[in-house]
Design a protein around this ligand. Structure first.
Ligand code: MF3
Ligand code: CO
Ligand code: CO
Length: 264
C-alpha cells in the first residue's frame, strides 16, 4: 500500500481522533495505582471511549488472533501488546498504556508510561530516556527529512545510555487504516529511507529495553516480552507533517513540548 497524503478534511478528522486518544490517557492516570488490575483499566477506558467519546477502541478484535481487549497494557518486561487481565499492579511497576481510537473513520494512536508508587532509579531513567528519544525525533520532522534520520536520532540517543532498540515493532503511517505505510523504524542511518512529505500522518513509538534488544511473543500470540526479561519502555505520538514542520495530534496537557513545531 502506498503512503497516503491527507486532504484538509482528513487532517481535521485526524486532529479530532488524536485529541480523543490523548484524552483517554489523561483520564486514566488517576486510576493507575497499586491494587488495580489491568483488566479494570481496560474496562474504564473502553466505557469512556464508547459511552463518552462515542468512538471505537481500535484494538478490540484487531488482527489475527483478534486482540481481545480495548487497550494494550504492557507491564515491566512486556515490550508491547500486553493484554489487560486480572493481575493487580504493585508498587514499583511500570506500565505502558497504548490507546487507539477511531472517530469518524480516522485513527488516533498514542501511548504513555505510568509508574505505580516508587519505581527504581533504573526504571525512571529508562522511561525518561525513551520519552526524550521520542521528542528528539519529533523535533526533526519536516518535509525533506528522511525516515532513516528519525531512526538514527532515536537509536543514537538510546544507545548513548547503553539501552537497546527493539527492531521487530515500529511506528507506522495512520489514517483511515490503523497501520498504513510507511513503517517508521526506530533505528537507522542518516540520509536513507523514504523522504517525508507534508500531509503525511504517522506514529513514532520507540520501544527501548534496559537490556538486550531481543523480544519474543508469548503463547497468547500477542504479548511481546524482552527475551532477557529486562525492563522495557515505550511512548507514542501520532503526528501530522506540515509544510514547515510537524503537529503532534495526540499531545497531552501535561506535556511541555510544543504541539506545533515550525522550522521556517
Ligand atoms: N497501538 C499499537 C500501535 O501502536 C497497536 C496495537 S495492536 C493491538 O501500533 F491489537 F494489540 F491492539
Ligand atoms: Co502505533
Ligand atoms: Co499504539
Amino acid at each position: 500500500m502506498a503512503i497516503t497524503i491527507k486532504t484538509p478534511e482528513e487532517i481535521e478528522k485526524m486532529r479530532v481522533a488524536g485529541k480523543l486518544a490523548s484524552e483517554v490517557l489523561m483520564m486514566i492516570g488517576e486510576h493507575v495505582k497499586k491494587g488495580v488490575t489491568t483488566g479494570e483499566l481496560d474496562k474504564i477506558c473502553h466505557d469512556y471511549i464508547v459511552n463518552e467519546q462515542h468512538a471505537i477502541p481500535a484494538p478490540l478484535n484487531y488482527g489475527n488472533p483478534p486482540f481481545p481487549k480495548s487497550i494494550c497494557t504492557s507491564v515491566n518486561h512486556v515490550i508491547c501488546h500486553g493484554i489487560p487481565g486480572d493481575k493487580k499492579l504493585k508498587d514499583g511497576d511500570i506500565v505502558n498504556i497504548d490507546v487507539t481510537v477511531i472517530k469518524d473513520g480516522y485513527h488516533g494512536d498514542t501511548s504513555k508510561m505510568f509508574v505505580v508508587g516508587k519505581p527504581s532509579i533504573l526504571a525512571e531513567r529508562l522511561i525518561k530516556v525513551t520519552q526524550e528519544s521520542l521528542y528528539k525525533a519529533i523535533r526533526i520532522v519536516k518535509p525533506g527529512v528522511r525516515l532513516g534520520d528519525i531512526g538514527h536520532i532515536i537509536q543514537t540517543y538510546a544507545e548513548s545510555h547503553k539501552y537497546s532498540i527493539v527492531r521487530e515493532y515500529c511506528g507506522h503511517g495512520i489514517g483511515a487504516t490503523f497501520h498504513e505505510d510507511p513503517q517508521i523504524v526506530h533505528y537507522g542511518k542518516p540520509n536513507t529511507g523514504e523522504v517525508i512529505k507534508a500531509g503525511m500522518c504517522f506514529t513514532i513509538e520507540p520501544m527501548i529495553n534496559a537490556g538486550k534488544r531481543y523480544s519474543k511473543i508469548l503463547p497468547d500470540n500477542w504479548t511481546v516480552v524482552t527475551k532477557d526479561r529486562s525492563l522495557s519502555a515505550q511512548w507514542e505520538h501520532t503526528l501530522l507533517v506540515t509544510e514547515t514542520g510537524v503537529e503532534i495530534l495526540t499531545l497531552r496537557d501535561e506535556e511541555t513540548i510544543d504541539r506545533i513545531i515550525n522550522h521556517s
